[in-house]
Design a protein. Structure first.
Length: 248
């Protein structure tokens, strides 16, 4: 799962890159954690704007969010059938901008070590997400989001078996946000693992484990070897006989 990430884009750059009609007042964040307000982008009536939303999706039919499980991720394989996500896939698709995200690898010594994962070309990430506006009994409204995860590609599987669904290219971002014309079935096909080599990763300090720590030092590489790939040998049966991927 993806449970922590960083977003360091200046507000003006975010508005320009994602073609927003507004600018979100925000500072660089190096350790965004669940339940915190996060920057998310969606379209309403053809207007694409940035919003702040709670990371942890609350479906409209929930009576009391305090008694509902925290849904920070939606699995791409089941989001079309899950009651918590299927309506949002039709009407509430969003993008969560990120500079990189963290994942934890459990080594042979059973210790969990954090890694920071970014695009190899240094460009920002567009995480595919879902949003819902929950309305309470007193008329209060809460925007909430979940990021979508997919099976990790071979490169990332040495760290974790899941990775965020990352949209590549302006057209894919436009189609994902276009809930008026792009059907949920077609949008779901965009949530796929990236090819090997598009991302890179390095070990970082365990300080990221604490949501109280939020500073540039969290994304700095620490001295530690990357986990070795798991090589699976397949027995041969008898008789058996990249281009550049810019965000925009």
């Amino acid at each position: 799962m993806c449970g922590r990430y960083a977003v360091t884009l200046p507000p003006e750059m975010m508005a320009q890159l994602f073609q927003l009609l507004n600018t979100l007042p925000m500072m660089p964040r190096y350790n965004v954690a669940p339940t915190q307000p996060v920057a998310a982008i969606w379209e309403e009536g053809g207007r694409r704007e940035g919003h702040f939303a709670r990371w942890g999706l609350v479906p409209r039919w929930v009576k009391d969010p305090r008694e509902f499980p925290l849904l920070i991720n939606a699995r791409a394989e089941s989001m079309r059938e899950k009651p918590a996500f299927r309506d949002a896939l039709k009407h509430g698709r969003c993008v969560v901008p990120a500079s990189g995200y963290y994942e934890w690898h459990t080594g042979p010594d059973k210790k969990k070590r954090p890694y920071y994962i970014t695009r190899a070309d240094g460009e920002p990430m567009a995480l595919a997400g879902l949003y819902v506006t929950w309305s309470g009994p007193e008329g209060e409204e809460v925007d909430s989001v979940a990021t979508i995860t997919v099976a990790a590609n071979r490169q990332l599987s040495v760290v974790h078996d899941r990775m965020p669904a990352i949209l590549m290219g302006r057209q894919q971002i436009d189609d994902w946000l276009n809930v008026r014309e792009v059907r949920a079935e077609d949008a779901a096909q965009m949530a796929l693992p990236l090819e090997d080599g598009v991302l890179k990763f390095h070990p970082v300090s365990t300080r990221v484990n604490s949501a109280r720590d939020d500073d540039p030092g969290l994304i700095v590489e620490v001295t530690e070897e990357k986990p070795e790939p798991v090589v699976v040998k397949v027995k041969k049966a008898a008789g058996g006989g990249g281009g550049q991927m810019d965000l925009f």
